[in-house]
Ligand binder design. Structure first.
Ligand code: ZN
Length: 282
């Protein structure tokens, strides 16, 4: 039996509308990565300003998020709308239907300045979704609820995405050097997945090395207990943080629970990822 994985999140009811550009620090800091793949991250390498850290509530749980460029970043690369946060203390607000794309149909457009290389990555990622999951990404004609893929920066390899179905236009932002696997990861946020390492049961499987985490970034490793975990913990999930996420010293911030290392996956879906998405979109 295949394991399922990932977080599934209810109750995103938002109308995020934003334009975003920046991530100037990305290329420099990415080069410090110890990972084998040249492209590693999803918006974790931006300059950090402690003044931007905010407390809020999401689905009845206290959370810390970072306010940057007029947006609310949660766990690094997921964007919560102001409405989502303002209603965040209302547990079950909206209900599950608001976080899911109706009938699993996700309409999208691509910004005109994206560039053919990233357009090809988007098309590859969309093929993965359309061939392997019950979500269907369909080029927009005149639909009012849709995703626009926007270009983040010409030097970085990061991305970010609004979480779940929000209504109106929402974004997936992709830098020039992002990998196809990270595009799949960001699109996972669009369909409603959060990060694997914040599952309620994660301490059975991984250890967080808090002393290796950059100052001000430990909130990105908090367990998010208000969501719904589907299937078993899957350390190979495309939604898993990588071992040196937010490391201040190059040492791991996440290991397996037995202290051994793990190899993170940004090559594409695991079977568990596919099963999780299909459980959300039967
Ligand atoms: Zn992410």
């Amino acid at each position: 039996m295949k394991k399922q994985s990932n977080r599934l999140f209810y109750r995103q009811i938002l109308t995020g509308k934003t334009v975003f550009m920046s991530f100037l620090m990305a290329a420099t800091l990415i080069s410090c990565s110890k990972n084998n793949e040249e492209i590693t991250s999803e918006a974790q390498t931006n300059a950090f300003n402690a003044d931007n850290l905010k407390k809020g509530q999401l689905n009845g749980q206290d959370i810390t998020y970072e306010r940057k460029n007029g947006m609310n970043f949660f766990e690094g690369d997921m964007v919560l709308s102001d409405k989502q946060l303002s209603e965040g203390n209302e547990v079950n607000k909206g209900g599950a239907s608001y976080s899911r794309w109706p009938s699993g149909k996700i309409y999208y457009t691509i910004a005109s300045n994206m560039g053919s290389i990233n357009v090809n990555k988007i098309n590859s990622a969309i093929s993965e979704y359309n061939n392997k999951t019950n979500t269907q990404w369909i080029y927009r004609t005149n639909q009012s609820n849709y995703v626009e893929f926007i270009f983040g920066s010409s030097s970085g390899s990061d991305g970010w995405a609004h979480i779940g179905y929000q209504g109106g236009k929402q974004n997936v932002s992709l830098d020039q050097y992002i990998s196809v696997g990270s595009v799949i990861h960001e699109m996972g946020h669009t369909v409603g997945l959060y990060h694997e390492h914040t599952r309620k049961d994660r301490d059975q499987y991984v250890k967080i090395l808090w002393n290796n985490i950059q100052s001000g970034q430990s909130h990105n490793f908090n367990i998010y207990s208000s969501g719904t975990d589907i299937g078993s913990f899957n350390i190979n999930s495309v939604m898993m943080y990588w071992p040196t996420s937010y490391s201040k010293n190059g040492q791991p911030t996440i290991t397996r629970a037995d202290n051994s290392s793990f190899t993170y996956n940004r090559t594409g879906f695991t079977t568990g990822d596919i099963n999780t998405i299909n459980a959300m979109y039967p």
